[in-house]
Ligand binder design. Structure first.
Ligand code: OGA
Ligand code: MN
Length: 216
């Protein structure tokens, strides 16, 4: 597994930096970027998810944009809130701006026809998981690259909640540690193992269609 670190990122070199990410996505199917968000930003985003939870703004995943709701109930146990890009906190805006740059520069390198991304806050309560699946399938053909940024402070292997990514004959185990971003090709199968602690992330998809038009 290739792990880059955002600690050595600077704007003057952003083209080269994202070109390296693009190369890894193309060669290996996915890339892990550590320290994409610092600990303070991750903490504020965790608080934001907890606040949404307290306000009853998180929904069982599968409602709304997803036509496979019944199936999803046994497949996955996460709770989500879609992010409206126009009305966000400073921390969410920082994340969205970084992903916009990422999308633009990955597109330039990979010619994926990326036009937009959709993203949501995610909370897996203790005892939940997401069984093996792919994010790009016939009902959802516009998802090209998936990304997940983890917000879990002090996560330990025994806490579970690992992401497994299946590529050819290889299975890669990714720990959902604070500040870590993974970007992977949406057709790759993957799963989230049972978590024993609350597991927080921002999850999203870069699309080859505008966000509101993905049902077309
Ligand atoms: C998803 C998903 C992976 C993760 O939301 O589709 O596979 O590590 N998430 O949270
Ligand atoms: Mn997925």
């Amino acid at each position: 597994m290739s792990i880059l670190t955002f600690a050595d990122y600077n704007e003057a070199l952003e083209e080269q930096w994202w070109a390296r990410v693009a190369q890894l996505i193309s060669n290996e199917g996915f890339v892990v970027v550590d320290d994409f968000l610092n600990s303070e930003t991750a903490r504020l985003l965790r608080n934001e998810i907890d606040a949404k939870d307290a306000e009853n703004e998180l929904r069982r995943a599968g409602i709304g944009k997803d036509f496979q709701f019944q199936k999803n109930l046994s497949q996955r146990g996460d709770f989500i809130a879609w992010i409206e890009k126009q009305e966000v906190s400073n921390e969410t805006e920082l994340f969205i701006n970084r992903m916009e740059t990422a999308m633009k520069l990955l597109n330039r390198n990979l010619f994926l026809g990326l036009k937009d991304f959709e993203t949501h806050f995610t909370h897996y309560p203790p005892g939940t998981f997401y069984k093996r699946h792919a994010d790009r399938f016939h009902e959802n053909a516009h998802r090209v690259l998936s990304f997940v940024c983890y917000l879990n402070q002090g996560w330990l292997p025994e806490d579970g909640g690992q992401l497994l990514v299946y590529n050819n004959d290889e299975t890669t185990v990714v720990e959902p540690i604070e500040g870590r971003l993974i970007i992977f090709q949406s057709q790759l199968e993957h799963e989230v193992l049972l978590t024993t602690k609350s597991r927080y992330s921002i999850t999203g998809w870069m699309l080859d269609q505008l966000e509101g038009l993905t049902f077309l």
